[in-house]
Design a protein around this ligand. Structure first.
Ligand code: HDE
Length: 698
């Protein structure tokens, strides 16, 4: 994209950002405010009036242009995945896949390709909260040398439905109910569970959506999956099936449900802030990029259909090969221009990668291009800087349309043409050798509107997922279903879901029925009897993520008269391991430490509850503690930290607050006494062993 620098220094400069985007530098000291058409503005405080006290004059084009532009600032939000946060970064290939593909992005080891990644919730609107129980979108745009590649995935490797024709029904069912306009960003309501109960193919996805993966701790701690099966094509257009995976360096980590609910109130932007702050601080999130590869014969030998997006390929069956990494190292400069206007298209695939016949993917191939037209308003949305191919030029013979920004000279807007013979530019031509080619899929069947019988097993994978979880995760999953079904008001809907659960696992169904205190109905009649698959420990979270302070935040609650040396010691120990520290005080101006020094606060107690930290320390004076015993927010600070299985460090004078909050001694409740280090070990993880003491799980 060309840079347009103004020759006249009095006019705001238009420059290109690091990523090549156009930037209007509004903060330049010599910049002069102008209308959209460049007319300098003399007064930005007062409208033009007929007399000192009005009325306003129609003639005031400065006022009219400003108000009119404002009136049209909003564009339609995404119909799904409306709330998202994004960042720039790079992808680096570490192992070549040249045996399987001719795509340069997957064959040029060491080459860095710019990327833009957007993470999102699915059901809520653009202004909803970050921590509902929901699937997270994980969409990456690679600006490759051979055109943009958009890997538009989720943090869950399977999906609710097998055929795209059911997508509008699924989304209508999960979004706010049509007559009442609520609930916002929540699946715990009648219409969602009604749809789920009637669509047994959704059961596997429900296991994932009710697992802790749907309440992530951070966007930096989610896995990503391409979900649909794709193909890699080599030089001879021979195909290999591929599943794409992203693995967070910090491990897959979650919150507790009660914590996620409270975070929604304490900091609706919890994930967005976390991503932004981490990148701003130089703690760049990183993911490994992996592939599962299998030939047609290997796919045929599997006991399920890899074209069915409600199935996963256990990595114990087909290992994941790590072949690259992605690092996000730059925050967007402008949320609207980049995060909001980015348009991901599963049809953006470079030569050497191809789609499969998965009927869910096939529908997606139409939907994304189409939705951008209503969202971004023009067929030229590919010219918006964040969407433009940056790794290579784009040129074709498509012309005109709303918001055309290219000024293409010459007459060559058709081909074939022989303009070159007269010395004129003839325009671009197709490239049969290097261009995108589709896999030559043999087609022998008749036209039908039906579901393949190879898609009929709706429960074996749901069972596999449930039985592969640790006991802790199974209890969370069962409790999540109990929570959601407790919000369902239609009894027959609850019962239908319960009978479907009976096909997943009898114990799970029993637990959920007991959690609801209702009779357990008989299992429903499955389309195909489920089979027992070998459990896949790879599907767990607990016990898998690294115990580390990297990416974790510790909140230190302090009071007037607190011991500053102890606060410093905790801070040093946490920061030495890569964690971040925030000081929480009853007042934002901070506290006066023992000895008279002032310690500034990063957050005021009422607005900075312990739910936003991974571990907490209480460093209080005896008087400070006595005062906080009468402050509900201080008691909640300790009680929630305990309830959410966090490490709690405390000095002796802070003990009365712990007692009032009902904090019982255990391995994660550590006296800061002489050895601050004793607090660091439990601060690296959650205290799962404490959970039965603080929560009635199903
Ligand atoms: Fe999407 N999806 N989707 N989806 N999807 C959209 O496109 C759609 C599906 C996913 O950060 C929309 O630009 C259909 C699976 C992400 O901008 C829309 C079907 C997966 C994002 C659309 C699916 C996804 C979207 C709305 C069933 C995981 C956000 C706005 C056939 C592999 C991308 C937009 C971003 C967005 C359609 C199912 C992931 C309407 C029809 C499966 C991450 O076109």
């Amino acid at each position: 994209m060309a840079s347009r620098k103004s020759a006249d220094s009095a006019v705001p400069a238009v420059t290109t950002g690091q990523g090549g985007e156009l930037h209007q530098t509004s903060s330049a000291p010599d910049s002069r405010l102008t209308t959209n058409h460049g007319v300098p503005v003399s007064d930005n405080q007062n409208s033009l009036k007929g007399g000192r006290r009005g009325p306003a004059l129609l003639e005031d084009f400065v006022l009219r242009e400003k108000i009119q532009h404002f009136d049209h600032e909003r564009i339609p939000e995404r119909i799904v995945h409306a709330r998202g946060s994004a960042a720039h970064g790079y992808f680096e290939l570490t192992q070549s896949l040249s045996k399987f593909t001719r795509a340069k992005i997957l064959t040029e080891v060491g080459a860095r390709t710019e990327v833009f990644a957007r993470f999102s919730t699915v059901a809520g609107g653009a202004g909803s909260v970050d921590t509902p129980r929901d699937v997270r979108g994980f969409a990456v745009k690679f600006y490759t040398k051979e055109g943009n590649w958009d890997l538009v995935g989720n943090n869950i490797p399977v999906f609710f439905i097998q055929d795209a024709i059911k997508f509008p029904d699924l989304i209508h069912a999960v979004k706010m109910e049509a007559d009442r306009g609520y609930p916002q960003a929540a699946s715990a309501h009648d219409t969602f569970w009604d749809f789920i109960g009637l669509m047994p193919e959704s059961t596997h996805m429900i296991m994932w959506a009710m697992s802790d993966r749907a309440i992530p701790r951070s966007l930096r701690m989610i896995e990503g999956f391409g979900v649909n099966t794709f193909r890699l094509l080599d030089d001879k257009d021979e195909a290999t099936f591929v599943k794409f995976h992203w693995r967070p360096k910090l491990g897959t980590q979650s919150t507790c449900w009660d914590e996620a609910v409270k975070i929604a109130g304490a900091d609706p932007d919890y994930h967005r802030r976390d991503l932004h702050e981490a990148i701003a601080a130089g703690n760049f999130p990183e993911w490994e990029f992996g592939v599962q590869l299998l030939s047609q014969q290997e796919a045929d030998a599997l006991p399920f259909d890899i074209l069915d997006a409600t199935k996963l390929i256990p990595e114990e069956m087909v290992p994941i090969q790590i072949v690259g990494r992605m690092v996000l190292d730059r925050n967007p400069d402008n949320f609207f221009a980049e995060t909001e206007q980015v348009a991901f298209l599963p049809t953006n695939i470079p030569p050497g990668i191809d789609v499969s016949e998965d009927p869910l993917l096939q529908g997606r191939l139409f939907s994304y291009q189409d939705t951008q037209l209503s969202r971004l308003g023009t067929v030229n949305f590919h010219q918006i800087p964040i969407n433009s191919a940056k790794g290579c030029p784009f040129q074709n013979l498509q012309r005109d349309g709303h918001m055309q920004t290219q000024v293409i000279a010459g007459r060559a807007n058709y081909e074939p043409n022989s303009l070159a013979e007269a010395g004129e530019a003839g325009g671009p031509r197709e490239d049969p050798k290097g261009g995108f080619r589709s896999f030559a899929l043999p087609l022998e069947e008749t036209k039908v509107r039906l579901r393949s019988e190879t898609f009929a097993d709706h429960y074996s994978h749901a069972r596999l997922f449930y039985r592969s979880q640790t006991e802790i995760e199974q209890a969370h999953l069962a409790s999540a279903i109990v929570f959601e079904l407790s919000k369902v008001t239609l009894e027959h809907v609850r019962n239908r879901v319960l009978s479907n659960l009976g096909n997943v696992d009898a114990d799970l169904a029993k637990r959920v029925a007991a959690g609801l205190n209702v009779d357990l109905p008989k299992p429903s009649q499955p389309a195909m009897e489920p089979v027992d698959m070998t459990p896949s420990p790879a599907l767990r979270i607990v016990g898998k993520y690294p115990e580390t302070l990297l990416g974790r935040a510790v909140g230190i609650l302090v009071s007037d008269g607190a011991n500053g040396a102890l606060v410093d010691a905790v801070r040093k120990a946490v920061e030495a391991e890569g964690g971040t520290v925030k000081i929480v005080a009853p007042k934002i101006g901070g506290v006066t430490l023992k000895g008279g020094k002032t310690l500034k606060a990063d957050g005021q107690l009422a607005g900075t509850p312990s739910v936003i930290f991974d571990a907490v320390a209480l460093v209080l004076s005896a008087e400070g503690c006595a005062a906080l015993l009468k402050e509900g927010a201080a008691v909640d600070f300790a009680q929630d930290a305990f309830g959410h299985l966090k490490a709690i460090g405390f000095n002796a004078d802070a003990k009365p607050l712990l007692d009032k909050a009902g904090v019982e001694p255990d391995a994660g409740v550590v006296s800061l006494g002489k050895d601050v280090g004793a607090f660091i070990k439990p601060a690296r993880t959650r205290q799962w062993a404490r959970e039965p003491k603080v929560r009635m799980l199903a």
